[in-house]
Design a protein around this ligand. Structure first.
Ligand SMILES: *Cc1c(COP(=O)(O)O)cnc(C)c1O
Length: 217
């Protein structure tokens, strides 16, 4: 199937309130443009340099989401244009995003990444660490960042019971604190597990290979 057909197929499975981030990492601009021509506007990348190169080449109305682990020293390259940073996991990173956003007179939207997988290769904060950050005095000093919600990556497994447990735990944490912190985005679900994530309350899915085909690494 073509990229446009894949997109249509996936869109048809998403409830209206769920946004689709088309994860275009490693894919060339020509293929990303196929998705753009089919109406897709939100694209996700996991490397800042690659995202920046694509931003320079693609139409200006694309919303670029940084979905990968962010190195503090690279924030400056994306501060001018990034639309949402999904994987914030430390105060130091927020401070740098705030500093760079200020230079461009922007407020950059961020999500805190919560560790929900059992594998230890996945980044993310514990729920306690996240609450500590959200309640911290330091955060009130960062007017150029806005924490809009939470992001999580489940264990890479086909075990639906385990996926349900991991996603529902994050949804519960999200619901418990949504009002107090003004959350509106819960980013969870990828190609292999987005329907389970949506069943558990996700309102933003990050889908790559199901749209663009397998990546060659
Ligand atoms: C690569 C990636 C995705 C998309 O993965 P697919 O399995 O190709 O859909 C989603 N989220 C993050 C954080 C990623 O790095």
């Amino acid at each position: 199937m073509s990229i446009a057909q894949n997109l249509k197929e996936i869109q048809s499975q998403l409830p209206e309130e769920v946004s689709l981030v088309a994860v275009s990492k490693t894919k060339p601009v020509s293929e990303i443009m196929e998705a753009y021509e089919a109406g897709q506007r939100i694209f996700g990348e996991n490397k800042i340099q690659e995202m920046t190169e694509k931003w320079e080449q693609m139409p200006q109305d694309v919303k670029w989401h940084m979905i990968g682990h962010v190195q503090t020293n690279k924030v400056k390259y994306m501060a001018q244009f990034v639309n949402l940073v999904h994987a914030v996991d430390r105060l130091k990173l927020l401070k740098e995003i705030n500093k760079q956003a200020k230079k461009h007179n922007r407020v950059i939207d961020c999500l805190l990444q919560i560790k929900i997988a059992e594998e230890d290769s996945k980044f993310g904060m514990t729920e306690d660490d996240a609450l500590q950050l959200l309640n911290s005095e330091a955060l009130t000093m960062l007017p150029h960042v806005k924490i809009k919600g939470l992001m999580g990556m489940a264990t890479f497994t086909e075990d639906e019971k385990q996926l349900n447990e991991e996603f529902s735990r994050l949804k519960h944490f999200y619901d418990t604190h949504q009002k107090a912190y003004g959350f509106s985005i819960l980013s969870m679900g990828m190609s292999g597990d987005f329907s389970v994530a949506i069943a558990n309350g996700s309102n933003m899915v990050r889908v790559g290979s199901a749209i663009f085909g397998a990546r060659n690494y």
